[in-house]
Design a protein. Structure first.
Ligand code: S3P
Length: 197
């Protein structure tokens, strides 16, 4: 039946709608929760708190990538090997998505991959942890540590920041809380999840 054809005063279609909503909720509970956002948004710290709260495993694509290759993100990026890093990142995320429902923190550039964006849409409730450019800029000295893409002038990082925002647009929900306040971010994320499911 076409959902658009249903009307609230048709009892049969009402119950079908209720059933569909219930299935949708169930699916949401069964799905992964993926945290996306620009470098420094707090995906890993909020993700860990969230996983504890929901009693789910916490997974981090960068960590898994490093475990798998035995090399740091910085090492993987050297000598223009970003392309190889991206291919591995795509693979690792596909593997993480095949596991049981988890909280997954994704590297800030992971959504540049169309394949990853598609997989996330099907299998995750996607939370965009938004961080403003002003916050990124003021924290750059800190954020630069261990992040090869931040070893460039602020103006170029800003361009990257703007580019990346386009990839986060399809998230199911966007949350903006100061990046040094993981506890508050956690509350907002939990609220958003519970409201959905
Ligand atoms: C990157 C983000 C990093 C890491 C790598 C590249 C990006 O992860 O994957 O340095 O392209 O935005 P975090 O967002 O966890 O810092």
């Amino acid at each position: 039946m076409n959902a658009d054809a249903q009307t609230p005063d048709d009892p049969e279609s009402d119950s079908a709608l209720a059933e569909r909503n219930s299935r949708l909720r169930q699916r949401k509970l069964d799905r992964h929760i993926a945290l996306v956002g620009f470098m420094g948004a707090g995906k890993s710290s909020v993700g860990q708190l969230l996983a504890e709260e929901l009693k789910r495993p916490f997974l981090d694509s960068d960590t898994r990538l490093q475990e798998r290759t035995g090399r740091s993100v910085q090492e993987l990026f050297v000598e223009g090997r970003e392309k190889a890093f991206r291919a591995l990142e795509e693979e690792v995320i596909a593997e993480l998505l095949d596991g049981p429902p988890s909280v997954i923190a994704l590297g800030g550039g992971a959504l540049m991959s169309e394949k990853t964006r598609g997989a996330l849409k099907k299998r995750c409730f996607v939370v965009h942890l938004h961080v403003s450019w002003a916050e990124v800029k003021v924290s750059l000295a800190d954020l630069r540590r261990g992040r090869p893409l931040l070893q460039r002038p602020a103006a170029e990082i800003h361009e990257l920041y703007l580019e990346r925002q386009k990839t986060y647009r399809d998230a199911d929900v966007r949350i903006h809380v100061p990046r040094d306040n993981s506890a508050s971010a956690l509350k907002h994320v939990l609220y958003a999840i519970r409201r959905q499911g």
